[in-house]
Write a protein that binds this ligand. Structure first.
Ligand SMILES: Cc1ncc(COP(=O)(O)O)c(C=O)c1O
Length: 371
């Protein structure tokens, strides 16, 4: 058996003719930029999230960049985030000229360590940027309260967590801005790149819109220096096609995660801790164990598409060599980089596939599968 990580045919559905017809009409009709399709997707996503202000942008990275710029963040400002995130979080902070300040993460949840976050706040701190990593929502109440107490902004990096909720409230709606990615790997994916930003209020939304659209307030009237990073109209149509099934897909991901947890219980490995009241989007299903690299090879040899997210933590990436970070500075992030392995999880993964993966993991440990 072969267990894949993605199945795009499933995401598009059996009959894609109506979608193709729409895309054809858009192509020949020249409906490319900030069209009705973009506005429609923004409205649908806002409804899905229970948000009022959503803007589509070109990528999840750009979503973070324009959110930072809309808050006026730049040189001299510090933004605090976590050492185990994807490169783009810290890249975005650096791209606007601000200084990223890293903190370590909790060894059970793999999310930002709140005590260290609080301790890292200094006179130049302007933004707290937690990441809802692997689809698990970061508890936001304390972070929002901390930001309020210090007069700081909050930007949620929700790139991996569309559909994740805390007590029913969607991620990306707690902070001043929340950012999503529709990269093909994500739970809701475009046929290429895409992203979106949720704003807390109309004023922030307008500041964001200007950053997205060359600082314009009407044709030929550029009031600030902005980027040009709009969600492509064809991608918006594709995202609208998929969005109605996202909730069902995330439900299936949660079910699949439960199957893995059941079948792998008792083995010398652990999982990302769960919390009361959270709705995990299970963008990734992580197992943590000492002999990670040997298990990776064992599963790949059995046609299981496992992957490491992420093998090198931010502070050890060559891109940030100038920041003065050193090995050993964020020990939990470093240990997780050595010990985490993503097992395949898809909205259509079958129980037979989960059984096969679990059997192969059990085989690795010399145990019989528990079924
Ligand atoms: C945590 C995180 N932040 C930001 C991004 C950037 O998104 P994109 O690839 O759409 O630029 C990603 C995904 O790639 C991500 O996983």
């Amino acid at each position: 058996m072969k267990v894949a990580r993605y199945n795009y045919a499933h995401q598009l559905g059996a009959d894609i003719e109506p979608l193709i017809a729409d895309l054809r009409a858009m192509l020949v009709g020249g409906r490319y930029e900030l069209t009705a399709e973009v506005k429609q997707f923004e409205a649908e996503l806002a409804q899905f999230l229970g948000a009022r202000f959503v803007r589509g942008v070109n990528t999840g990275t750009d979503a973070l960049v324009v959110a930072l710029r809309a808050l006026g963040i730049g040189p001299g400002d510090e933004v605090i985030t976590q050492a185990n995130t994807f490169n783009a979080t810290v890249g975005a902070i650096t791209l606007v000229g601000a200084e990223p300040v890293l903190v370590d993460v909790d060894p059970e949840t793999f999310l930002i360590d709140k005590k260290q976050l609080s301790d890292a706040i200094g006179p130049r701190t302007r933004v707290l940027m937690p990441v809802h990593l692997y689809g698990k929502p970061t508890p936001m109440a304390e972070i929002v309260a901390l930001a309020e107490a210090h007069g700081l902004f909050v930007i949620e990096d929700a790139a991996q967590a569309i559909g994740a909720r805390i007590e029913g409230q969607s991620v990306a709606t707690f902070g001043h801005f929340g950012c999503f990615s529709f990269h093909p790997s994500k739970n809701l994916s475009a046929a290429g790149d895409g992203g979106a930003v949720v704003a807390r209020n109309a004023e922030l939304d307008e500041a964001l819109r200007r950053q997205r659209e060359l600082g314009q307030v009407g044709q030929n009237n550029h009031v600030v220096v902005g980027f040009n990073t709009k969600l492509d109209a064809l991608q918006a149509r594709i995202l609208s096609w998929k969005l109605p099934r996202l909730e069902q897909w995330n439900d299936h991901r949660r079910k699949a995660a439960g199957w893995y947890r059941e079948r792998l219980a008792g083995l010398p490995l652990s999982f990302q801790a769960r919390a009361e009241g959270e709705t995990h989007a299970y963008h990734l299903f992580q197992v943590r164990m000492r002999e990670r690299d040997a298990l990776l090879a064992h599963l790949r040899a059995r046609d299981i598409d496992v992957v490491i997210r992420y093998p090198t933590p931010i502070h050890l990436q060559p891109a940030f060599a100038g920041k003065g970070w050193r090995e050993g500075q964020f020990p939990v992030a470093e240990q997780l980089a050595r010990e985490l392995l993503c097992l395949p999880i898809r909205p259509d993964i079958g129980i037979d596939e989960i059984d096969y993966v679990a059997d192969c993991v059990c085989e690795f440990f010399g145990k019989t599968a528990r079924r």
